[in-house]
Design a protein around this ligand. Structure first.
Ligand SMILES: [Fe+2]
Ligand SMILES: [Fe+2]
Length: 296
């Protein structure tokens, strides 16, 4: 974990990664509708009716917005009948997060069966769990933008999706290296590919023009936080580690372990006892949020 800590976030893209990025030239860019939704959500003068106009141009998104608003988790229970009402009841940030997930899922598509050992559904489940935990932790510790860390949670492992699609042969080798050499998975990725999924996730987030702060959070989720935004970085790292404990998933076909880093707890003013106390209620949040997941 520490060997990348000193690496500059602005370091040039390694040649190996350039090749992989080039091989992805055919990947559709993130749809225009997401860019518009993002813009409107950030604009304090925009209204639910402005967003409704954009969302309605993308029928699959509109349908999912309605379905989510009517889900038990959001309390609609079948009463929300039009998109504008759905947007109002979900809130703008939730709409943006839904649009992000659907755009990324449709842009990266699904791997051909047997083409990759990465279980994309498990990876989404993990991503949603990290998002929910990050938001819950932000509310708990304060002074962290809850919606920002939620989005970062959804996208932090974006690079794993890209590697599994662009280099389907890489992960079996990465897993072998991890098991034989006892190195961490990001270290094994760097040994096999020359970069890790955090580097690649940032490169894609940049290519898709996601906000710079989000790029930074994606890039730094496996290193000790430095260089600004530390609180958000600690929250994301803690949420990532806790998610493996609270909702074990087998993304790469093996049991992955991410122990909670005591430095993250420390810097957020939390203790291991707090984690023990909060475990049940955090796990309940993760279960509820699978509603979001079921839409992908
Ligand atoms: Fe990761
Ligand atoms: Fe993760």
């Amino acid at each position: 974990m520490s060997d990348r800590a000193t690496q500059s976030l602005a370091s040039p893209v390694p040649a190996e990664m350039q090749d992989l990025l080039a091989s992805f030239q055919d990947i559709p860019t993130i749809p225009e509708v997401l860019a518009r939704v993002w813009q409107l959500v950030d604009d304090p003068n925009s209204s639910a009716s402005d967003l409704e106009k954009v969302v309605s141009m993308e029928p699959p998104l509109a349908a999912k917005v309605l379905r989510l608003a009517n889900s038990p988790y959001y309390g609609g229970r079948g009463r929300v009948q039009d998109v504008q009402m759905a947007i109002t009841s979900l809130g703008f940030q939730t709409l943006r997060n839904l649009a992000i997930c659907l755009s990324v899922a449709s842009s990266l598509g699904n791997p051909r069966p047997q083409a990759s050992i990465v279980d994309h559904r498990a990876l989404w489940q993990h991503s949603v769990a990290v998002a929910v935990l990050a938001r819950a932790l932000a509310a708990e510790v304060g002074a962290v933008e809850a919606d920002e860390v939620f989005t970062a949670g959804l996208l932090h492992d974006l690079g794993k999706f890209v590697i599994s699609l662009g280099c389907p042969d890489a992960y079996p080798k990465v897993v072998r290296q991890h098991q034989v050499e006892g190195v961490t998975l990001p270290q094994a990725e760097r040994a096999i590919l020359g970069f890790d999924h955090a580097d690649l996730g940032r490169a894609f987030a940049e290519r898709w023009r996601f906000p710079e702060r989000l790029q930074t959070l994606i890039h730094s989720h496996h290193v000790a936080p430095t260089g600004g935004m530390e609180r958000a970085k600690h929250v994301l790292r803690l949420a990532d580690a806790l998610s493996y404990e609270l909702r074990p998933v087998r993304i790469l076909g093996i049991e992955e372990e991410h122990a909670v880093d005591p430095r993250d707890l420390d810097q957020l003013g939390l203790t291991p006892e707090w984690v023990d106390d909060a475990r049940e209620r955090l796990a309940a949040r993760v279960c509820e949020a699978q509603e979001f997941m079921n839409l992908l």
